[in-house]
Design a protein around this ligand. Structure first.
Ligand code: FAD
Length: 309
């Protein structure tokens, strides 16, 4: 990469939206991760479309040389950083609007913003997502869910941009939602926006449910420390946190990376942990749980960049 490439990016999104060598620790809830060559804020679909054309011309591939981040709340980025371009949707992509019982939400809108709009308009069905600290884009990729709710239940359609710039709409029934996965996971595309269909409810009741769920999170989860939420997926028939506890790993640490004492399913950053510390801890936990119970835990957290054990 060179100054010519920087100029081309700046021409499309303006110079203030292109940051070179941006530390990804500023964009992940683990507060870890090294520098991205280029961190680019994209405010409109037109800008995104021009960027896609530029990447195509330069043979840069989505997921390999170009990566989209939401709120970084499910990401472990290598301490060596990311060689390429990180795209962060902003501006128009944060818009949310309501027509009848359908919320149209941009991919960069934070879940809580959508949940609050629904509550204020007496619409129920999105309370579960209020405390999930990510964007709509991240929630769609992951089929984010909590307390019996998941994106699968409410998404009517999703618009995406493919790497050749084509915009496609995918209907709800074709989204292949599964446990923490969807049709889009691992695919070279950018989610633009979605339609979420809700049902009539009572604002005060919706508010009470959201407050109750938040209180449950505060009581049970180590929200006072940086983390990426549940580090591991729930193995069928088990709870990751219980398996970790039974393996004697409550409070187990590697540097400042620690299995939370409050909730064994969370790996937390107690202050100065690096992504390598966190990754090694994750591997240790997987090995020890396997030894103790025979069960192989799979990380829910997505790794970006190079990691060594
Ligand atoms: C304290 C805490 C509690 C949590 N609780 C829950 C919970 O209850 N339930 C749950 O499911 N998760 C939970 N999580 C995990 C996390 O918040 C979710 O997975 C969330 O959906 C990730 O969204 P994000 O915007 O942060 O995505 P990121 O972490 O930024 O990215 C996740 C993936 O989505 C992709 N992506 C994001 N936006 C786009 C886009 N526009 N187009 C294409 N790809 C995109 C990224 O490339 C990446 O592959 C928790 C995390 C924390 C820190």
């Amino acid at each position: 990469m060179n100054s010519d490439f920087y100029e081309k990016l700046s021409t499309i999104v303006s110079a203030e939206n292109v940051i070179e060598n941006e530390m990804m620790s500023r964009h992940t809830t683990f507060r870890t991760g090294g520098p991205a060559d280029y961190f680019v804020r994209v405010n409109t679909i037109e800008e995104l479309s021009s960027l896609m054309a530029l990447f195509k011309e330069l043979h840069m591939e989505l997921l390999k040389d170009v990566y989209v981040v939401g709120n970084g709340s499910n990401l472990l980025v290598s301490d060596k950083g990311f060689k390429g371009v990180i795209l962060c949707l902003d501006g128009d992509f944060c818009d949310v609007s309501l027509k009848d019982k359908v919320v149209t939400a941009g991919a960069a809108a934070i879940n809580a913003k959508v949940a609050n709009l629904a509550r204020d308009n007496g619409l129920t069905g999105f309370e579960f997502a209020h405390g999930i600290p990510g964007t709509i884009g991240g929630a769609l990729i992951m089929n984010a869910g909590a307390y019996g709710g998941e994106m699968k239940q409410v998404v009517r359609k999703v618009r995406v941009m493919e790497s050749d710039g084509t915009i496609k709409t995918v209907e709800g029934q074709d989204l292949e939602f599964g446990y923490r996965t969807s049709l889009f996971k691992g695919k070279p595309l950018v989610i633009l926006d979605t339609e979420i269909e809700l049902t009539d409810g009572d604002s005060a009741e919706i508010d009470a449910v959201m407050k109750d769920l938040m209180e449950r999170r505060r009581t049970k989860q180590p929200l006072e420390y940086p983390s990426a939420g549940s580090t591991f997926k729930r193995p069928e028939g088990y709870f990751a946190g219980k398996l970790i506890e039974e393996a004697g790993l409550r409070g187990y640490s590697n540097g400042d990376a620690q299995v939370s004492e409050k909730h064994c399913g969370f790996v937390i950053n107690k202050g100065k942990a690096t992504s390598s510390d966190i990754y090694k801890l994750i591997c240790d936990v997987q090995n020890k749980v396997k030894e103790n119970s025979g069960i192989e835990l799979q990380p829910e957290v997505i790794k970006l960049g190079d990691f060594e054990v």
